[in-house]
Design a binder for this molecule. Structure first.
Ligand code: SAH
Length: 336
């Protein structure tokens, strides 16, 4: 087992088996999760023989930083070699006192959304729970960056790697001390996964990447939509809202001349009818080389139309686009 996966009761049981007092487990736990020191040899308040036994029993694989880039706007992008193989990116976004980490949940992505750079990569493999968690851990403890929020909006579809993503979530909350309120899952719309999230009681946030409320248009943008009717996703979102007394966020990337017209705003209005409780987050499109889409020129007009229709609608400004760290730009290209 790795030190990242060991629970406190497991560490306690392990200590007791070795005739050690149970509090030793708490000491190890504090080294790993509070002090950010996973190397048993550095755990200076443990007896030497115990450090040796710990090192023999528990490994602590690390992420290897391959590349770090900083945007004009302060956003930073990190490319890591994963312990289980493959490379992924993580983005750190400072904004008005918030420091958000955008984590990847898969190596590549299987969805192939037409407007997204990550979609062009295909899926290489699933990340493990601790490989997801270590993206946040490494930024905090090795690079010393402040972190207030975590969003599952990097490479991959979190709800197609559900158990690992929930392990990472639990690690963020119970090991690293994040409030669930500051953690957001973003999904292309996997009804089964949304219904599983709906059963949970922690107050995390859920965002659904809608991008068009007109089914044919959505299918043209998101190939997976051909297999999952929009109504079925809407039903799952309603289940989520009703069970949790909660809201969801609808992410909507505005593509010039594609989904930014009057009929699109009206379809969106119809999608957000009761009992669905949703607010809309309009996202500026980050151009991807080789793809035919352009950012909409009608962002404000579209937002205004939604507001006039009585919807809650905000605009998410693009961050880190100059270093390809924006939404949908993560393709592991290393800038020269
Ligand atoms: N697979 C999940 C997590 C990815 S989150 C999901 O689909 O929600 C990344 C968000 O950025 C998604 O809403 C995605 O649709 C959006 N996106 C993809 N490409 C983009 C681009 N080029 N510009 C802006 N947003 C993009």
């Amino acid at each position: 087992m790795t030190l990242w996966e060991a629970s406190l009761p497991e560490l306690e049981a392990w200590m007791l088996q070795r005739g050690q007092p149970g509090y030793r487990a708490r000491q190890v736990w504090n080294w790993v999760w509070t002090k950010g020191q996973p190397d048993p040899w550095a755990m200076s308040d443990l007896p030497k023989a115990l450090r040796e036994a710990l090192a023999a029993e528990f490994s602590a694989p690390r992420l290897v930083l391959l590349h770090r880039t900083e945007s004009q706007d302060g956003t930073q992008k990190f490319l890591w070699q994963m312990p289980g193989g493959g490379t992924v990116e993580t983005v750190w976004i400072p904004h008005e006192g918030r420091h958000t980490v955008c984590v990847s949940s898969q190596v590549g992505c299987s969805l192939n959304c037409r407007f997204c750079a990550t979609g062009q990569l295909g899926l290489e493999r699933q990340l493990t729970g601790y490989e997801i968690l270590l993206q946040v851990y490494t930024l905090r403890h090795e690079l010393g960056l402040p972190i207030t929020h975590v969003v599952f909006m990097g490479m991959g579809e979190p709800l197609l790697n559900y158990s690992a993503v929930m392990q990472a979530f639990e690690g963020l909350v119970h090991r690293m001390g994040f409030s669930p309120r500051r953690i957001t899952f973003s999904t292309v719309g996997i009804p089964k996964g949304i219904r599983r999230l709906a059963q949970r009681t922690e107050p995390f946030e859920l965002a659904f990447s809608l991008h068009s409320a007109i089914p044919e248009k959505r299918r043209a943008l998101i190939p997976l939509a051909a297999h999952i009717p929009l109504d079925e996703i809407r039903e799952a979102l309603i289940d989520y809202c009703v069970r949790r007394f909660d809201w969801v966020t609808l992410e909507y990337v505005l593509l010039d001349g594609v989904n930014d017209g009057e009929e699109d705003a009206e379809a969106l209005r119809a999608f957000v009818r009761k009992p669905l409780q949703a607010k809309v987050n309009l996202i500026e499109y980050n151009p991807v080389p080789g793809l035919p889409f352009r950012p909409s020129q009608r962002t404000r007009a579209f937002q205004k139309k939604l507001l006039q229709q009585g919807l809650l609608a905000t605009v998410r400004r693009s961050r880190g686009a100059d270093i390809a760290a924006g939404c949908g730009q993560l393709a592991r290209h290393v800038a020269k």
